[in-house]
Design a protein around this ligand. Structure first.
Ligand code: ZN
Length: 47
């Protein structure tokens, strides 16, 4: 799990990659705030 420093979207400064969907060999991940759960990036699907 990687942590990122972020300040643009919310008042918190820590975020993590969260897997929101996993279909077959494809995983959809999004960067979310560790504190409030705010999505900080567009979901990204990797296969
Ligand atoms: Zn936050």
């Amino acid at each position: 799990m990687e942590d990122f420093s972020i300040t643009e979207v919310c008042a918190h400064d820590i975020a993590k990659i969260k897997v929101i969907a996993s279909v077959a060999t494809c995983e959809t991940t999004v960067l979310v705030c560790t504190e409030c759960g705010e999505h900080l990036s567009e979901p990204k699907t990797e296969c």
